[in-house]
Design a protein around this ligand. Structure first.
Ligand code: PAF
Length: 271
């Protein structure tokens, strides 16, 4: 991959990268298509990154569907599908990590303490290998996008970060590789997250500016009869992720909730 990227660069081609962990769905496909439009060469990486999973998380059962993924990448116009092995990415002597300030210790970082360190480290490695001009990530992992933008700026990576809109099922459920874990019964109630997010957006537009009452109502609605357990609902500044005690003209509403053994996240931006 490095040799090929160097060859492309020598010829003056620009490179776009869509980093993924495979189990590709239409959300990934929309990121791939977006990336296709912004550079001469398109690399989709597929790597289930062990260092972003905690010890009790779903690394070993994370869906691996390479044959189908390959067809989707080709349909989306990828020039290269880059699939390194864990041993290549993390040889036994590996010991260098990207650590960030409190941006990675709140929200997802509070629930999954080493998650964003693993994400940043693998993304920087992928950037160093592929040398992209542009990299495209999904909005569903909102904090991940903010953290990667910060890393790119702080470390002068010279990679433009594009965040592609979340793609949803007709009932609003955000597409996610982890939706494959849902039972039929769980799937019927899983749309409640997005329903409450859109409800919150309507409330803000109607002039409500105190998060506390909205969080209380949203938690009640989500947990009622659905089997969901809310982990956090937060109203934050979309660039810094600073919590807003009074909702400001630009806010992102972030949710994490557990359904059975599966953790779901979603968000909505309100301007
Ligand atoms: O969003 C993901 O799928 C992963 O966190 C990423 C960015 C591919 C890093 O492993």
């Amino acid at each position: 991959m490095q040799v090929l990227a160097r060859r492309w660069r020598r010829k003056g081609y620009t490179i776009a990268l869509v980093p993924t962990m495979g189990a590709l769905h239409n959300g990934h496909l929309s990121l791939i298509k977006r990336a296709r439009r912004v550079a001469d060469k398109l690399v989709v990486s597929i790597f289930v990154n062990p260092t972003q999973f905690g010890p009790r998380e779903d690394y070993s059962r994370y869906p691996r569907t390479f044959a189908a993924d390959k067809n989707k990448c080709l349909a989306g116009g990828a020039d290269v599908i880059f699939c390194p092995t864990p041993e290549t990415m993390y040889p036994p002597a590996f010991g260098t990590w990207i650590e960030m300030d409190e941006l990675t210790s709140k929200l997802e970082g509070a629930a999954r303490p080493t998650h964003l360190r693993g994400v940043c480290t693998v993304v920087l490695k992928l950037f160093n290998i592929v040398t992209p001009d542009v990299a495209v990530f999904g909005q569903k992992d909102f904090q991940q996008g903010v953290v990667i933008k910060r890393m790119a700026a702080d470390l002068n990576l010279g990679v433009k970060i594009i965040i592609g809109a979340t793609v949803r099922e007709p009932d609003g459920l955000a597409l996610s590789s982890r939706n494959a874990y849902l039972t039929t019964v769980q799937r019927q109630t899983a749309d409640v997250l997005y329903r409450t997010l859109t409800w919150a957006k309507e409330q803000i537009i109607a002039g409500k500016n105190r998060p506390a009452a909205l969080v209380r109502h949203m938690t009640e609605v989500i947990e009622l009869d659905s089997g969901f357990k809310v982990e956090y609902i937060e109203f934050a500044d979309p660039w810094t992720l600073k919590r807003q005690k009074v909702i400001e003209p630009q806010t992102v509403v972030l949710i994490a909730a557990q359904l059975g053994r599966t953790r779901f996240i979603d968000n909505i931006i309100v301007k």
